[in-house]
Design a protein around this ligand. Sequence first.
Ligand SMILES: Cc1ncc(COP(=O)(O)O)c(C=O)c1O
Length: 273
Amino acid sequence: MKIWLDGGLRDAESARVSVFDHGLTVGDGIFETVKAVDGTTFALTRHLDRLTRSARGLGLPDPDHDEIRRACAAVLEADPTPLGRLRITYTGGYGPLGSDRGDRGTTLVVAVGATARRADSTAVVTVPWTRNERGALTGLKTTSYAENVVALARAHQHGATEALFANTVGQLCEGTGSNVFVVLDGEIHTPPLASGCLAGITRELTVDWTGARETDLPLDVLERADEVFLTSTLRDVQAVHRVDDRELPGAPGPVTAKAMRIFTERAGNDLDP
Ligand SMILES: Cc1ncc(COP(=O)(O)O)c(C=O)c1O
């Protein structure tokens, strides 16, 4: 397996970053997960644009899109897995032990791993912890993801694959690594970005392609929604068949099944929409 690290391709075993890297010591970094099918990336331009937005949000220099495109191509060529997840990680680089940032430049790592196709439906749980819709990191895809690690472990303890958060005012927000949609009276709704959720790329494509509406929704909408589904880079559109103790028999329901079909068709027609 090959890794791209700061300008070149390395063997995974010998690719090393400093133990003082600010991404490691304080989570001062950003990332993207990009799907690759048969060695070809999906929606890479949107992922690179979001990486730049996240970098600007943290005050990191703009990442070099040309280098990252070359890095993605190089790691995929070295490891052309049928269904891959590319991981782009970009950090503040070598730094002091505290929160001040160093001045020796950033760290860029691009790696690819194999992944399995997701199930058509899954179980989710809600968690008591909140997303902060007013934080300095709101809307940025940073490597400060330990809250998601804790929430996802809770989901796994309950036989679920995703945990859903409300924000600080009790509105439905998002999952640890996915956005959430609900169907009410035949209409698809998803929380607006002001809820504090990440601007998921699968979310924005799904909104564009299905006409889903962005609506403030209380967390307890999950107790009465006719259908619930998740979107993310590795889930695409995935139906939900259980929320906490509530079963949603027949998932994917008709509206979700249609959204899944539309997504598959549109994504298949354009690999960089
Ligand atoms: C917190 C969070 N929300 C939502 C998503 C979904 O975004 P995308 O569709 O771009 O993968 C992700 C990323 O995987 C995420 O980390």
